[in-house]
Write a protein that binds this ligand. Structure first.
Ligand SMILES: [Zn+2]
Length: 351
């Protein structure tokens, strides 16, 4: 199966310039060099690389609330016209107050006048900063995912959206976890709408894709399955990602979470992926959320999967023999990032 890579150099415009983690500004790991490393690796292998086609903001509304799209688009310029860049001297968009549901009288909170408070209406956390080029990069990533989906609809068997920032922590009306728009969900929705048939999302990032789960939780047309570090062991996204979350209403039974203990290596991880492959058997197409942060030396997760394990994961998903869109999520070991992605793609293409 021939694989096409969709890539936009505009990802470099997203420079989060760190994270606010437990109140402290740290360097962060979701860096422009991630996208460069992946691009260098897929180019060295010789995969054809194409640019995304232009998209309209309306195309983002297939999985996102218009208010979130409007917020993300305007957040940085709104922040610049507030006092925050001068007093107290914060140049990145970051929330400081959140509308706890028990505080609200009306469950639909009003839109606060303060951009600092308004950010808390949409953000899950303080780690996901918005800078001057963030929206352009986020939109380019969404365009790559939609273009990869369109390649599948046009008859390709395999397409890979080599994007950053990642997307699977962002839901219908919220963003966080270094994610802004949900690239994989956009691709899955596009393929499901274009084919009229069932699509399975297989999320192998080390963390639960809480955003993708939320978007499709009541859908029987898009199945979601994820293998990830157990949130109950103290890992992001903490509140969701447990095995008892199986979907709701029409989506009952369509959601599958496989949780792993810290230190889980190839055997446990691959057994989890095999469960997701079986969960996906009724779908006509597949979208893979490809995080490679399950790697044994990744700074963001305690899983311990080898390069060879990533190759075998690709092979397990190849066995489904369905058209597949791969969308990049996490993976933060810059020395091994390209190698891990290429190992997975080679397994997916050649078994
Ligand atoms: Zn991750």
């Amino acid at each position: 199966m021939a694989l096409t890579v969709v890539y936009s150099p505009d990802h470099v415009r997203h420079v989060p310039d760190g994270e606010i983690w437990v109140g402290v500004r740290i360097a962060g790991t979701e860096l422009p060099s991630r996208g460069e490393a992946i691009h260098a690796a897929v180019t060295a292998i010789g995969y054809p690389v194409v640019a995304p086609h232009a998209i309209e903001d309306d195309e983002l509304l297939s999985v996102h609330d218009p208010a979130l799209v409007r917020f993300l688009k305007n957040a940085y310029s709104d922040w610049q016209t507030s006092d925050y860049p001068r007093d107290p001297g914060q140049d990145r968009v970051v929330p400081y107050a959140f509308p706890h549901p028990d505080m609200l009288v009306d469950p639909r909170p009003r839109h606060p006048t303060s951009v600092g408070a308004r950010t808390g209406l949409f953000a899950l956390d303080t780690m996901t900063l918005i800078g001057p080029g963030t929206w352009d990069a986020v939109r380019a990533a969404a365009a790559c995912a939609l273009t990869a989906a369109d390649l599948i609809l046009a008859g390709s068997e395999l397409a890979y959206a080599a994007v950053r920032p990642p997307g699977h922590h962002s839901g219908r009306s919220f963003y966080g976890g270094s994610c802004y728009l949900n690239n994989a969900a956009l691709a899955a929705r596009r393929v499901a709408d274009g084919t009229g048939e069932r699509v399975a999302v297989i999320d192998i990032d080390a963390h639960h894709g809480n955003g993708t789960q939320q978007i499709f939780y009541e859908s029987s047309q898009v199945l979601y399955g994820s293998v990830h570090i157990d949130p109950g062991a103290g890992y992001f996204p903490h509140w969701v990602g447990f095995p008892e979350e199986t979907g709701r209403a029409d989506g009952e039974g369509s959601n599958k979470n496989v949780t792993l203990s810290p230190g889980t290596g190839d055997a446990g991880w691959l057994a989890g992926i095999q469960e997701l492959v079986e969960h996906s058997s009724s779908a006509s197409s597949v979208v893979v959320s490809l995080g490679v942060d399950s790697f044994l030396d990744d700074p963001e997760s305690p899983l311990a999967v080898s390069v060879e394990g990533h190759h075998r994961a690709g092979g397990l998903i190849k066995d489904l023999e369905k058209p597949t869109v791969v969308v990049q999520e996490g993976g933060y070991n810059l020395d091994h990032l390209g190698e891990l992605v290429v190992a997975f793609l080679d397994g997916l293409e050649n078994g």
